[in-house]
Design a protein around this ligand. Sequence first.
Ligand code: SIN
Length: 507
Amino acid sequence: MERVPHDGVLVVGAGLAGLSAALAAQPRKVLVLSPTALNHGCSSAWAQGGMAAALSADDAPELHARDTVSAGAGLVDPAMARLLAEEGPAAVRTLAALGAPFDRTEAGAFAQGLEAAHSKARVARVKGDQAGRAIMEAVTVAALSAPHIEVRTGAKLRALLQDANGRVRGVIAEIDGRLTEITAAAVVLATGGIGGLYAVTTTPAELTGDGLGLAALAGALIGDPEFVQFHPTAIDIGRDPAPLATEALRGEGAVLVNADGQRFMGRYHPDAELAPRDVVARAIHAEREAGRGAFLDAREAVGAGFPEEFPAVFAACMGGGVDPRAQAIPVAPACHYHMGGIAADADGRTTLAGLFAAGECASTGVHGANRLASNSLLEAAVFGTRAGRAAGAEVDVDALPLHGHAAPELADEGLQRLRLAMSRDAGVVRDATGLNRLLTEIDALEAAHGTAPALIAARLVATCALARTESRGGHFRADAPELKAPRRTFVRLSDLPAASPFRFAAE
Ligand code: SIN
């Protein structure tokens, strides 16, 4: 296999976390590897809501941090939440300076909207639902014109390269169908989430937890993999992935109704449509399971203004034969965000020397069991920048022999089986029977396809969901609805039983 030395930092992934890391690693040279064309296959570009930050005079980082901690259902690391909230306003201003066209008030301040579980209107938006796309366009232009950054698209991560001390020294990438070893002083994984492991997801289908699986295979510590966030209002028009109906619509007053047009959220939570995201997702799941259906009615709240105010939602609905100016939008919960990931500190350092992680593939403890709305673009910018700076300061170490083997890939037929099993058994409502059935399916797929990173990511979710015999945030166990003492999950792949049905059932 060809070996190409890169004199600097390797960033894997070109979403907001990856490009923020690349920009911040200067003056070191950065090589960004992306399996897809820029602004494709990354959740950042699909984000609708915006960026939460305490930018207004009546808000403060302490309040934002407090809301983040409270949404996270007992598992947020308060120091991380504080850091995110304190660095948030500067991160938004930096993106605005790069050209992200945030909505402004007449006086030129950031116009901010309300979203669920925020005590203040603090979400900086772009034209209703265009934040992700517009921010990524600005950051992509900045990255492509930065002299220290080189971008290679069509490059898929297949393994981490390590030396005899376990230090990560580079990657094996598949480029134009050929495996190539690329060595570097440091590797930043910004490979996104795991939505592609679920049959119903709002994220690009390419996101199948490969970075997470490969980091776990290399021995990295993994944090909270069982915590998956389901967005309550994916538009249910039979598209895969499912388009999102942003939470901002509920912030503007859109209501949830059943097929008879009756509002139902009041039966589930005093904050009704603005209840925490996990509560709304379970309520919609319950209404649908009971055969009553669930619809987002934005006719009064938005109505004729839809094409200008929420162009992405409008286009998706119209494409599915639903006119949201005149009809309620059919909605279903969908896998949206992974709170768990590769355990990382405030500078993105993982437990493996030379390896950094940022954005959705990382687990810093900032989201706990349930991420606060519109904290994900913010996290990508803040922690991506911090990881890039720290990785840029890494020095090349003495050359030792390197090892690493390209992991097997999960063929499409296997992936489709896995997606159905994950949605059925590791979805909005879980129990031991379903999770054991899922682990049996993962065992069978692994026997047929080998230890593909997607299967490792799925196994981490399923095993830790089975072991967590309580309900908290995004993790709801129908057979264990109570709350226990708060504890985060930290696990290595070597801690997991290899073939595990029923291993944890009797805890
Ligand atoms: C949304 O626009 O509803 C999603 C925002 C988020 O996931 O934070």
